[in-house]
Design a protein around this ligand. Structure first.
Ligand code: ASP
Ligand code: MG
Length: 471
């Protein structure tokens, strides 16, 4: 059986919900899926604005935004549920959620303080609303579906804004609440992202947390697969806006997915699917708008990997823009110990996260997120020697598990990049990525050249798929 998670754009409009429902209905003919939903796209952001406005005491602004949330969801109901009778049942349920939201707005406005705790409460309405509409629309279309408040299952710690489940309780709740419904052949529709503490306070798992909810529920139910439905054709060989020939990757390992995410690709966050991967449950990334395309499967299962001709040297090319290089040049480094420690301590004290590093005997280059650096930080760095900064650069990385075992990769990378001015070079310690830093204007040339080198011809045979609709 499958957990099917639909992201914000897959439930954001009536047309998207209809499409998602037809995908669920098709799966329901084979098994009894568990459906996990995000809030409609944009709604979590609106709720955060409502929270901030309430905390600032801007009641009118907050109420106007609640009005937007209301009209969006009532609009969905009117489009998705034609019968006046069913509307008459559903609209009061939506209104009840909205009046709780309004109460929260007023409460926070009166207290004049927005806590992490109340912020989570605000955010929870997005998923509560989307699932309420979705489950009702499924029922109205004649499917056997039931809405479940995930907070009765997902019991978490009280780390508001980034809560984590208390496994034993969650697993027991899953057996008690979800399993019987599934056994009876009912499609459960529930919320991603939210949970509840042991004493009943609403929590969230952090932005983008719905994927984690899906992976956790899938692991607890011992499902055979997790499907993450989004609006792209799985994980791509590179950003299709840079290289139109980008293709979707059929299969990748968990470490490749993790590396790609850290290196800037907009893949799902690897930590969120870890619970599934640990249990050897494959995670499929699929496109709601091309349901018949095969998408990408992320798995460490050797059988699945070999069954899908898991070859290919490079899996994907990731780009991370908005970086800068800080170069520290110092004769004091030569033959001394403790230098690196002192240098990185400075970055740590100023809470600047260092991403790529490259060193020689007399200089250290690091990339960090581009920002106007504080004079104090620069002052401390200058105590080590000469400091040069280059703003507006990007890291371009090639990633693939097979890089580890292959000869001649570096030659091919640098051959392909012969025309590009490389500002820094680094091979990741995991040995599954090689990264270069280039000026922003060189990104398209660098990515296209690498894509041509590694994704045309034999390298790509059998592993990739032209996205549906583009074939
Ligand atoms: N709705 C939440 C967010 O926008 C959770 C999610 O979509 O995964 O972050
Ligand atoms: Mg998401």
């Amino acid at each position: 059986m499958a957990v099917m998670k639909f992201g914000g754009t897959s439930v954001g409009t009536a047309r998207a919900m209809q499409q998602a429902i037809s995908i669920v209905a098709r799966e329901a003919e084979l098994s009894t899926p568990l459906v996990v939903l995000s809030a409609c796209s944009g709604i979590t952001n609106t709720l955060l604005k409502i929270a901030d406005a309430s905390g600032r005491g801007s009641l009118d602004e907050a109420m106007a935004l609640v009005g937007e949330v209301r009209s969006h969801h009532i609009g969905l109901v009117r489009e998705l549920i034609p019968s006046a009778e069913s509307q008459a049942v559903l609209i009061p349920r939506i209104e009840e959620l909205l009046s709780r939201l309004e109460l929260l707005v007023k409460g926070v406005e009166i207290v004049g303080e927005l806590t992490e705790r109340s912020r989570d409460m605000f955010c929870s309405f997005g998923e509560l609303l989307s699932t309420t509409v979705f489950a009702a629309a499924m029922q109205a279309a004649g499917h056997r579906a039931e809405w479940v408040d995930v907070r009765t299952v997902m019991v978490t710690d009280d780390h508001f804004g980034f809560a984590r489940p208390i496994l034993k309780e969650c697993m027991a709740n899953t057996e008690q609440i979800i399993r019987p419904l599934q056994r009876a052949g009912t499609t459960v529709v529930t919320q991603g992202y939210i949970g509840r503490t042991e004493d009943g306070r609403t929590t969230t798992l952090g932005r983008g947390g719905s994927d984690l909810s899906a992976a956790l529920l899938g692991a607890w139910l011992h499902e055979s697969q997790i499907q993450i439905w989004t609006d792209v054709d799985g994980v791509m060989t590179c950003d299709p806006r840079i290289v139109p020939e980008a293709r979707s990757i059929r299969v990748m390992t968990f470490s490749e997915a993790a590396e790609l995410a850290y290196l800037g690709a907009k893949v799902l966050h690897p930590d969120t699917i870890a619970p599934a991967v640990e249990k050897n449950i494959p995670v499929f990334v699929l496109n709601t708008w091309h349901p018949d395309a095969r998408g990408t499967v992320i798995t460490n299962d050797p059988e699945r990997l070999s069954g899908m001709s898991y070859g290919g040297l490079v899996k994907s090319i990731a780009v991370k823009k908005g970086q800068s290089i800080i170069n520290v040049r110092s004769n004091r480094m030569l033959g001394r110990h403790g230098f690196m420690n002192e240098l990185f301590n400075v970055f740590a004290r100023y809470r600047v996260s260092v991403e790529m590093i490259s060193t020689s005997e007399v200089s250290v280059s690091v990339t960090v997120e581009d920002a106007p650096f504080s004079q104090e930080l620069l002052g401390e760095l200058r105590e080590f020697g000469q400091v040069d900064i280059e703003h507006g650069v990007a890291t371009v990385s090639v990633v693939g598990d097979n890089l580890r075992m292959s000869k001649g990769v570096a030659g091919r990378i640098f051959g392909a990049l012969a025309e590009v001015n490389l500002r820094m070079i680094s091979q990741g310690a995991s040995e599954i990525n090689v990264g270069v830093v280039v000026g922003l204007h060189d990104v398209p040339v660098a990515v296209s050249a690498l894509h041509r080198e590694f994704f045309s011809g034999d390298d790509a045979a059998g592993i990739f798929e032209v996205p549906a609709g583009k074939a």
